[in-house]
Design a protein around this ligand. Structure first.
Ligand code: SF4
Ligand code: SF4
Length: 288
């Protein structure tokens, strides 16, 4: 039940986030008033369908602006969403999360990473600090404008949702293809191949938005709780967790994307979610 509901919410959020259907035929980006609002997940500003702005793109735009401002709006938005739901956004609301989930369904042999890969999870924090904050702030042109280095050099979401559709729809852009485009398409292909064999590699190792929301997991209003009186330490929850969280030990791990698989599969029904009042009735009915 929770699995089906999650998929429906992911699809609905992805459609609403990219509801500017005219953009897909005209090849033009929507630039109206809604673009002033950030969406909770990673969704490229340059996607022809995008109605809102990507929080990571917006963050780079303000720190890389001529005045290198601190944006209370974007930081406040990230803190608000993070403190309500943490990485629930990754599991339920992010369009690129859905894309990775669907790619992982392709029937090829799957790889469960052993402990030696554990340190790779810190890469997303390094990317956040270096490519989203420091380089846009200090890697500036002659008028003092910083580059959105994460979008420009790394983000496969931008290539998939923005770069490729815009190049296909605009002849002038096709003629301007260069090394950077080839580099970004290569990164996208690598991400797709890895997503087939590893569950959510981009979320686990690369995504700076996931890195920000992860810091809120232990304190957000939506949290998981293990009832120690019911838990028999059977380990079913950890074996079912595709993010490889040791659920009975660290239910609010920074890596948990709140998919709910552990809650559904615990034979003792020992895992519960603590949630804000406005989510309580609906979620309890669906067993999330
Ligand atoms: S599946 Fe349930 S009972 Fe088993 S270890 Fe996890 S929380 Fe405890
Ligand atoms: S700990 Fe539970 S909710 Fe979190 S990712 Fe793992 S299975 Fe999903």
């Amino acid at each position: 039940m929770a699995k089906k509901l999650r998929r429906k919410v992911q699809i609905l959020t992805s459609i609403i986030t990219n509801a500017n259907l005219m953009g897909f035929s005209s090849g033009k980006i929507y630039t109206g008033n809604l673009k002033k609002i950030c969406v909770p997940g990673l969704n490229c500003y340059s996607c022809p369908g995008a109605l809102g702005s990507c929080p990571i793109g917006s963050l780079q735009a303000v720190v890389g602006g001529v005045k290198h401002q601190f944006s209370f709006y974007i930081v406040g938005f990230l803190m608000l969403i993070g403190s309500i739901m943490g990485r629930f956004v990754c599991g339920w609301l992010c369009p690129f999360g859905l894309i990775q989930d669907l790619i992982h369904k392709i029937p090829v042999p799957k790889l469960k990473l052993n402990k030696s890969f554990d340190k790779l999870k810190y890469l997303k924090y390094l990317i956040l600090v270096v490519f989203v904050l420091l380089l846009p702030m200090f890697f500036v042109d002659i008028i003092g404008m910083g580059k959105p280095t994460f979008c420009q050099f790394i983000c496969p979401v931008g290539t998939l949702e923005g770069g490729i559709p815009l190049v296909l729809l605009n002849k002038s852009l096709r003629n301007a293809i260069g090394f950077l485009y080839t580099w970004k398409v290569t990164l996208l292909i690598i991400t797709i191949i890895l997503s087939m064999i590893i569950f959510r590699p981009f979320c686990r190792f690369i995504c700076p938005l996931g890195a920000i929301y992860s810091l809120f997991n232990p304190v957000s209003l939506y949290r998981l709780k293990v009832d120690r009186n019911k838990c028999t330490n059977c380990g079913v929850c950890s074996r079912k967790c595709k993010m490889q969280v040791e659920v009975n030990k660290t239910p609010n791990s920074l890596e948990c994307i709140r998919c709910g698989e552990c809650i559904t599969n615990c034979p003792q029904k020992a895992i519960k979610s603590v949630k804000p009042n406005f989510l309580k009735t609906k979620c309890t009915e669906k067993g999330i």
